[in-house]
Design a protein around this ligand. Structure first.
Ligand SMILES: NC(=O)c1ccc[n+]([C@@H]2O[C@H](COP(=O)([O-])OP(=O)(O)OC[C@H]3O[C@@H](n4cnc5c(N)ncnc54)[C@H](O)[C@@H]3O)[C@@H](O)[C@H]2O)c1
Length: 504
């Protein structure tokens, strides 16, 4: 038995020994509390199919209690009344606390959504980095921003003092694919701004975020400032519509994002919506094959294809189509699929049963539409303890045409499509022929020429020969991929309410 295989049972045993698995209540008003109803949602290990925990399935009464606590905590000013630099000190301590508990975080993440440990072990460092980055923005909130009136106003020296108030009580709603970081990217700026929050993780992944809540309280955030409730979309809807909520920050699917936008429109409540995507990797005629091969999985199928911005449509020039299909097929076909606790695993299970069924339905649709599976195309039959896991063979579809569903719709699983183009104008047109506008990547040996193509892609972020989110650069989607941005100063602004005080 080699060393990486023998570590799997050890990591699984460590994950099974962690606290929380059955101590699963809401966190409201500074206490872990039982829920209003007795209903619970099960938490399933997607690699084994084993049910290993359960959390309350909250209802409107739990929402009311959590929002009430967050409202009182906001109004008492214990947090919002601190200087931004004082709040930033707490954020730095949260980052330290997260790093101290990195192992627990990553093991829980892997057990609840099947992210390979190689992926989830980066989650703690990334979360800590986000807290540190936002802490570094405190000086932007402390400077008095004085703006003169044009022509001096009534006195000739009249001016406005622009202050940045916290927006208030925020609902932070997250999906299951990155259950830690998609909360942290909301929580860190909300806390720096002085807001209080109610967090609602996705039903399949309610556990790893508890470590972040504990880390924040241990670091000195007054406990009532952060409230955590678990439940279904129905509870999420009650949260969004609660009169005590001042802002909604949501990451999830486009259909749910539309519902939230409609509710927020009725209530005239600000929202940030980070939604679905169907991004393209444009492989330019001069692209370097080795670079494409090296970056392919991270850029196009990260986290077993369950990442919003990845470029799952590969656009290959006619002249190199067969070569690119072969390269992609070989790279995807050879990447290890297996137990996500194995550090060698590149592709783990799909994160839950519902998503597994969705991805399989797309495999059927692709074959029925006439695409050619050059690798994969079926559920994967793994034996032993993985026999009941939600594994799907990583799949590459060639001979894909733009009107096929697999070329247009977000699949959110380990499935790539390869389309052909005749010239760069057609590649850009194909990349932009989608209702989404989230990510994208351009592979090309001449980086300036590749950037010129990237500038023509109609989406919120595009990479040149690589793609990664950068804490200091805004990230968000255009069109059906969302409203507003996270990360950067722009992401902080989403939790602020500017106020102008005019002085003679
Ligand atoms: N743009 C981004 O930054 C980004 C990042 C990650 C994932 N995503 C998207 O997330 C989706 C996958 O996640 P998912 O299946 O968990 O999404 P989802 O929309 O089904 O659920 C997301 C969250 O919203 C809650 N919810 C469901 N109905 C609700 C309602 N009516 N009101 C309020 N909350 C409600 C869910 O319980 C969950 O917590 C994909 O479409 C993916 O592209 C986007």
């Amino acid at each position: 038995m080699n060393s990486t295989v023998s570590i799997v049972p050890e990591l699984r045993a460590r994950a099974a020994d962690l606290p929380y698995q059955h101590v699963a209540n809401h966190f409201i008003d500074g206490q872990w509390r039982t829920a209003h109803s007795n209903e619970r949602n099960q938490v399933t290990d997607p690699a084994t199919g084993e049910v290993w925990g359960s959390v309350p399935s909250g209802d409107a009464s739990d929402v009311d209690a959590a929002v009430g606590a967050a409202r009182r905590a906001f109004d008492d000013g214990k947090w919002s009344g601190l200087a931004p630099s004082e709040r930033a000190q707490v954020l730095l301590r949260i980052a330290d606390e997260i790093e101290r508990r990195a192992d627990e975080l990553s093991l829980t993440n892997t057990r609840e959504n099947g992210s390979p440990v190689a992926e989830s072990s980066g989650a703690a460092a990334n979360a800590a980095g986000i807290f540190r980055y936002f802490a570094s923005l405190a000086p932007h909130l402390e400077r008095d921003d004085v703006r003169p009136f044009p022509n001096g106003g009534p006195t000739g020296r009249s001016r406005s003092i622009v202050r940045q108030d916290p927006v208030g009580v925020c609902a932070l709603i997250a999906p299951w694919n990155f259950p830690i970081n998609l909360v942290v990217i909301k929580l860190a700026p909300a806390l720096l701004a002085g807001c209080t929050v109610v967090i609602k993780p996705a039903s399949p992944t309610p556990l790893s975020i508890r470590f972040i809540v504990e880390a924040a309280v241990a670091a000195g955030v007054p406990a009532e400032v952060i409230n955590l409730i678990t439940g279904s979309g129905r509870m999420g809807d009650a949260l969004v519509r609660h009169p005590g909520i001042d802002k909604v920050a949501f990451t999830g699917s486009t259909p749910v994002g539309r519902k939230i936008a409609a509710a927020a429109g009725e209530l005239l409540r600000p929202v940030t919506l980070e939604l679905g995507g169907k991004s393209s990797a444009i492989v330019l005629p001069d692209a370097d094959a080795a670079t494409l091969q090296q970056r392919l999985i991270r850029s196009c199928l990260r986290n077993t294809g369950q990442t919003c911005y990845i470029s799952t449509r590969i656009l290959a020039p006619e002249s190199r189509y067969d070569e690119i299909v072969d390269l992609v097929t070989e790279t995807i076909g050879q990447a290890p699929l297996g137990d996500p606790f194995d550090p060698n695993t590149v592709f783990g299970p799909v994160a839950n049963r519902a998503q597994y069924d969705t991805v399989l339905s797309y495999l059927e649709a692709g074959l029925a539409e006439g695409a050619r599976a050059t690798t994969g195309g079926r559920p994967a039959q793994l034996g032993g303890h993985l026999a009941d896991g939600f594994f799907i063979e990583p799949t590459v579809f060639a001979d894909v045409t733009p009107e096929m569903r697999i070329a247009r719709e977000e699949i959110f699983g380990p499935v790539l499509t390869v389309l052909r183009y005749r010239d760069v104008d057609e590649a850009v047109a194909l990349a932009n022929n989608t209702e989404f506008g989230l990510g994208g990547i351009v592979f090309g040996a001449d980086e300036d020429a590749a950037q010129a193509v990237a500038e023509r892609v109609d989406s919120g972020s595009v990479g040149v020969n690589f793609f990664a989110s950068n804490h200091s650069a805004p990230f968000g989607g255009r069109h059906d991929s969302g409203l507003g941005v996270e990360y950067g100063l722009e992401g902080l602004a989403a939790y602020l309410s500017p106020k102008s005080i005019h002085r003679l």
